[in-house]
Design a protein around this ligand. Structure first.
Ligand code: SAM
Length: 309
């Protein structure tokens, strides 16, 4: 077990837990428990029958979180699973209506810093990027087998990368000489692009990670399940680290907070849509400059909060 100082530093921790835990005897879900930093702060606030369902796709993360939360073990249920079927997991855990759900999306610092996971373009390792054993296809399959056009689309859509087409071409040229097996092969194939080559590498790696782990689709799917799981007054807290996720969360909350969604030309409402959530954060909450100085990985974080009506 690594030193606790090498644990992932939870981002926007006080703000997230303050927004999430509004009753100390409630049932909560940390859908991305990671190293358990947020979960520990949630547990500190629980009392009476307060419980926490702690999930992660990554078995190692779950083990570390269980170790960290040992003193709260009577309150916490650990499950290794993707949050995509959160409704079933909550039902199996017999927690009843949920008082709050936290999503702290993406990968942890520990996952990023392990070369053998292949998440970082700065560390040499296999081109893997799977968050857990429930994911079959490593990123190497995508970079070595997808057609050039599909790769370009992936980098454009999930990486928002302006050089998507030429990067895809260059990867296909490299792999025609020999398959790309390590992150260093991939970095070399991408080459140095634009004025900020590091940014390009991050965007390409991000796009691959999103595709490998089906991240955006899982997020959109689970958001649809949230209103039926939350009790009245229950809180949804989402911390995201790139604009695609943040946009999906923002748009979903905006839609759920609206009543009628019929087009303005329709004389009377036919949609039957009614608001199920209330926006708590009109603008995304971002880390302070002090938090960014202490933990540079927090710099892209954006937190949004909504409440069940
Ligand atoms: C940013 S870290 C969370 C860190 C955590 N809040 C802490 O304080 O240590 C994100 C975690 O979410 C997990 N994860 C990502 N997508 C997931 C999914 N669909 N289902 C379950 N866990 C997921 C990752 O394996 C990773 O451990």
């Amino acid at each position: 077990m690594p030193e606790p100082s090498r644990w992932h530093v939870p981002v926007l921790a006080d703000q997230a837990v303050e927004a999430l835990v509004w009753r100390n005897d409630g049932s909560y879900v940390d859908a991305t428990v990671g190293d358990g930093g947020h979960a520990e702060k949630i547990c500190e606030r629980l009392a009476g029958g307060g419980r926490l369902l702690a999930l992660d796709r990554d078995p190692e993360a779950l083990e570390r979180a269980a170790d960290r939360l040992n003193q709260y073990k009577d309150r916490v249920i650990f499950v290794r699973a993707s949050f995509a079927r959160l409704d079933e997991l909550v039902e199996n855990a017999k927690l009843g209506p949920i008082s709050g759900i936290l999503f702290d999306l993406g990968v942890s610092s520990r996952q990023l810093d392990e070369p053998e996971r292949g998440f970082s373009h700065r560390l040499k390792g296999p081109i893997d990027m799977r968050m857990g054993p429930d994911t079959e296809t490593p990123a190497a399959t995508i970079v070595n087998e997808w057609p050039e056009r599909e790769l370009a689309r992936l980098f454009r859509v999930f990486g928002e990368e302006p050089h998507a087409a030429s990067i895809a071409r260059s990867i296909c040229q490299s792999r025609s000489r020999r398959p790309l097996t390590t992150t260093s092969d991939l970095v070399e194939a991408i080459g140095r692009r634009g004025t900020r080559p590091e940014k390009t590498l991050s965007r390409v790696f991000q796009a691959l990670r999103i595709a490998v782990n089906d991240e955006l689709a899982s997020l959109k799917r689970v958001l649809e399940l949230v209103p039926d799981m939350l009790e009245r007054g229950g809180r949804l807290v989402v911390i995201s680290y790139h604009s695609l996720e943040d946009r999906a969360v923002k748009e979903w909350i905006r839609m759920e907070a609206r009543g009628c969604i019929c087009p303005p030309i329709v004389p009377e409402c036919r949609c039957g849509h009614f608001p199920r959530m209330r926006t708590i954060t009109r603008r995304a909450v971002v880390p302070t400059s002090q938090e960014i100085a202490e933990n540079s990985r927090s710099r892209s974080a954006r937190m949004r909060v909504a409440e069940r009506l």
